[in-house]
Write a protein that binds this ligand. Structure first.
Ligand SMILES: NC(=O)c1ccc[n+]([C@@H]2O[C@H](COP(=O)([O-])OP(=O)(O)OC[C@H]3O[C@@H](n4cnc5c(N)ncnc54)[C@H](O)[C@@H]3O)[C@@H](O)[C@H]2O)c1
Length: 234
């Protein structure tokens, strides 16, 4: 098999910003990159640039709010490379800081669709393939809005809290079978209050002491202090 020894990483929302920086960083560490974005031109541009620099790269145009697209990126990756080692669920949208009373169903559905459901269905499809090989890494890009209430509107805050719940749930369920889950929380500047919220809200206790390795399968990454750009995040 041509790509049997190749480490394959899928990065969603890689057309710009943090996702682009993650994709470039993974390419430098010898991963083949699957660049996923709703913006076809940006995805194809990045894939072309990565190939130009000597990496293997594939662009996939997908709307992660659609379940068939979220599952489709895994199927297309498996067709091309035969396996997937890393899935970075980075694609995310803001909600215009819309408070609950101004939020309509369309906004809630769109934000939850991209920020939560896209990550959930892509993770589910990737998990099946990773469990067959007994290894894999799934990274979810959360937000300070996943811990604190005052950093976005209701839809975004709910979606990122739920993404953290998804990560904890699957880490407990599948971590002991060899798949590692990471939660990364980018932010430009954290206030002291936020740090307190984060530390108090993230006790990592194994729910089932019979599965001690659970503790090692959920990695929480926080960056503190000063401005953090996409490259530092990656
Ligand atoms: N930038 C920050 O300061 C910050 C802070 C906290 C969390 N985050 C999170 O980090 C992630 C990346 O943030 P960013 O600032 O780089 O975002 P960005 O808006 O710069 O880039 C997001 C990318 O996702 C793509 N995308 C949007 N909707 C999509 C969809 N339905 N399907 C596929 N692709 C889609 C966009 O085309 C774009 O290329 C997001 O999940 C965001 O919530 C960012």
């Amino acid at each position: 098999m041509k790509y049997e020894e190749t480490r394959v990483a899928i990065v969603t929302g890689a057309g710009t910003g943090i996702g682009l920086a993650i994709a470039q960083t993974l390419a430098k560490s010898s991963h083949a990159i699957v660049v996923v974005d709703i913006n076809r031109a940006r995805a194809e541009d990045l894939a072309a640039n990565l190939r130009h620099s000597g990496s293997s790269a594939l662009a996939i145009h997908a709307d992660l709010s659609q379940r068939q697209d979220a599952e489709g990126i895994i199927a297309t990756t498996l067709e091309q490379y035969g396996h997937v080692d890393v899935l970075v669920n980075n694609a995310g949208i803001m909600d215009g800081f819309t408070p609950l009373l101004d939020m309509d169903e369309a906004l809630l559905s769109r934000v939850m669709g991209v920020n939560l459901e896209g990550a959930l269905w892509a993770s589910r499809a990737a998990l099946r393939a990773m469990l067959e090989r007994g290894r894999g890494v799934i990274v979810n890009i959360a937000s300070i809005g996943g811990f604190a209430g005052g950093r976005a509107g209701t839809a975004y805050t709910v979606s990122k809290h739920a993404l953290i719940g998804l990560t904890r749930s699957v880490a407990w369920q599948y971590g002991p079978q060899g798949v590692r889950f990471e939660l990364h929380q980018p932010w430009s500047a954290l206030l002291l209050d936020d740090e307190k919220v984060i530390h108090e809200s993230t006790p990592i206790q194994p729910l089932n002491p019979a599965l001690p390795s659970w503790r090692d399968t959920l990695v929480l990454t926080f960056r503190h202090g000063g401005f953090q750009g996409p490259q530092e995040t990656a």
